[in-house]
Write a protein that binds this ligand. Structure first.
Ligand SMILES: [Zn+2]
Ligand SMILES: [Zn+2]
Length: 413
């Protein structure tokens, strides 16, 4: 019997990863159980129909805390054990607490570089560079076969050196490389975070008023970039309660900007504060209030502030009488595709109505097409199984031998 590989979802699309490996003794593991990116917020029963739910999995391994990699955990039986990084577990449970969907599975956490066994599978996680905090590549060894699953990664973020070191000393004799290809066939910007830091500093320096920036609270690289640019430009970074909670929680994992650091303030807005109080976390709001400001403070000394923005915050700001103007600037520091979705449109309209100039500064959370090629060739796999991409069929030159499979198709290795 051979090892069986099935990519239940992600051979033809970006995200929604759901990959199964089954050993000849029946042990089976899942690599990620992600929510498809195109699924609506209230859509349920999204687990691929090809997943056999009738018997327990040996382990479900989560590469990183992005919804398109863990978002269907709530559709799995509670007796399927989950394995992930320590910070990943905390970020998943924290997001669940806010959305009212805490997971009851048993979580087991790992340390990067430390192999562990689940059933007959030997798994070694390697911390890597991605826009999500605590993202890992996974080396899987089973019955003399060796697979590397990249999860999502890039080579131009603040952890790029981890990817370079991995490429210098790749795992030997890889049978299969399961690699993401998000940026194949696209021209998404892949500039280093350090270059973005300079771009933001320049924007802050040339803007007379406030600079509003839309970015993901869990993109810690970007928070660091914005904070460093604030230090250079003499501005104060204004974050919301949720971002403060994320930073606070991750403090133990490295030197990450904290709500009580100089040139950081937490804006305490009515709706956010109410949400925290309603979920029994008044103490967190009180603690953050020590370094907090009210939204109306943003109307004074406008040249001081770099203000985080998201749609829910915008509504709070409007209630507090904050209106953007021509002296201000705004920056969409996320994937541009989100600008065409309802929240993106309403934010964009808010600034257009205020006559506020846009200066969108962003870098992709995923590797550039050339970095994907360099990485794949450095791994020297016998076969590359493409996933998490939409252009694998038209941009496949310059890669190791590609084994293209369809969702749900069984591959023996
Ligand atoms: Zn992804
Ligand atoms: Zn991701």
């Amino acid at each position: 019997m051979a090892v069986q590989l099935t990519v239940h979802r992600a051979t033809q699309e970006i995200g929604g990863n759901c990959i199964e490996l089954c050993a000849s003794n029946g042990d089976r593991i899942f690599l990620d159980v992600g929510r498809p990116l195109h699924a609506g917020n209230d859509q349920q029963d999204l687990l691929p129909a090809t997943v056999d739910r009738s018997r327990c999995a040996t382990a479900v391994i989560i590469s990183h805390p992005h919804q398109d990699h863990y978002g269907l955990l709530n559709e799995l039986s509670l007796d399927w054990p989950v394995y992930c990084g320590k910070a990943t577990e905390q970020l998943i449970q924290m997001t669940g607490a806010i959305t009212g969907s805490t997971l009851g599975h048993s979580f087991h956490t790992w340390a990067s570089g430390q192999p562990f066994m689940v059933g007959s599978f030997r798994i070694t996680p390697f911390l890597t560079d991605h826009s999500a905090f605590d993202a890992h590549m996974l080396l899987i060894e089973i019955e003399g076969k060796r697979l590397l699953y990249t999860g999502d990664f890039r080579a131009h973020g603040r952890k790029a050196s981890l990817v370079e070191a991995f490429m210098d000393a790749p795992p030997p004799d890889l049978d299969v490389l399961l690699m993401e290809g998000t940026n194949l066939g696209s021209d998404k910007p892949c500039t280093p975070e350090s270059a973005l830091e300079d771009d933001f500093r320049d924007l802050f320096a040339r803007t007379a008023g406030r600079v509003f920036v839309v970015w993901s609270a869990q993109n810690i690289d970007r928070t660091v970039t914005l904070y460093r640019a604030c230090l250079k430009a003499g501005r104060t970074l204004v974050i919301d309660l949720y971002t403060a909670e994320v930073l606070n929680m991750l403090a133990k994992y490295g030197k990450i900007p904290q709500p009580d650091w100089k040139q950081i303030n937490v804006v305490i807005t009515s709706a956010f504060a109410r949400m925290y109080r309603n979920t029994g976390r008044s103490d967190f709001v009180e603690r953050m209030a020590r370094n907090g400001i009210a939204a109306r403070a943003l109307a004074g000394t406008p040249g001081k502030w770099v203000v985080m923005l998201r749609a829910s915050l915008m509504r709070d700001f409007v209630r507090a009488g904050i209106e953007p103007c021509a002296d201000d600037a705004w920056s969409w520091s996320m994937w541009r595709g989100y600008l065409t979705q309802p929240d993106g449109k309403s934010i964009s309209a808010w600034f257009t109505n205020g006559g506020t100039p846009a200066c969108h500064i962003h870098s992709s959370g995923h590797a550039s097409a050339s970095d994907l090629r360099a990485f794949a060739n450095a791994m020297r796999p016998a076969a590359l199984v493409p996933i998490h991409g939409e252009a694998w069929d038209r941009d496949a030159e310059g890669f190791p031998p590609i084994k293209r499979i369809l969702d749900g198709e069984l591959l023996l290795i």
